[in-house]
Write a new protein. Structure first.
Length: 159
């Protein structure tokens, strides 16, 4: 997949976490999911699909428990010791904001999308099923509190 379809979502994640949670993240090297595993790399994930006349796709963002608890503390102003419904809602909202930021950038390139409502999944060893059949590119991110993984999946891209 071309980086022009991944970079807007990477930039949006960095911006959202910096702005909303005073959390600095740095990305690692993107890689392609090579196996048929749908296993998430984190403990709380948000996923959102989007469609448009030139492409359809989805993104998911998976947070390690330590990373999402730290982000929740910064957003809510209180310490939590486990992932609960409020944190799951926050994961969905972060995913929605990242999706919106990435889609906004892609619209400047002529790719317009309508998005679905984000879904969240929590727990160890959960699976992520993308709404599209395209190749899944995974981008690892590091924060001071833990790991975050973004998956970007597109299919039917018309240039």
């Amino acid at each position: 997949m071309e980086l022009k379809f991944i970079n807007p979502f990477m930039e949006a994640l960095v911006n959202v976490l910096s702005t909303m949670a005073s959390t600095q993240v740095s990305n690692g090297e993107p890689f392609i999911r090579k196996d048929n595993s749908y296993k998430a790399f984190g403990d709380a994930s948000g996923i959102i699909g989007f469609t448009g006349p030139k492409a359809k796709g989805s993104i998911s963002i998976s947070f390690s428990e330590s990373a999402i608890l730290d982000i929740a503390k910064k957003i809510f102003g209180e310490e939590k010791d486990k992932i609960d419904a409020e944190i799951a809602d926050m994961v969905g909202e972060i995913t929605n904001m990242v999706s919106g930021g990435g889609r906004r950038k892609l619209s400047e390139e002529g790719y317009k999308f309508a998005a679905s409502i984000p879904s969240t999944i929590t727990g160890n060893n959960h699976n992520i099923f993308h709404k599209t059949n395209g190749q899944v590119t995974i981008v690892p991110f590091k924060s001071n509190a833990g790991d975050i993984f973004m998956e970007v999946c597109f299919e039917d891209i018309i240039k």
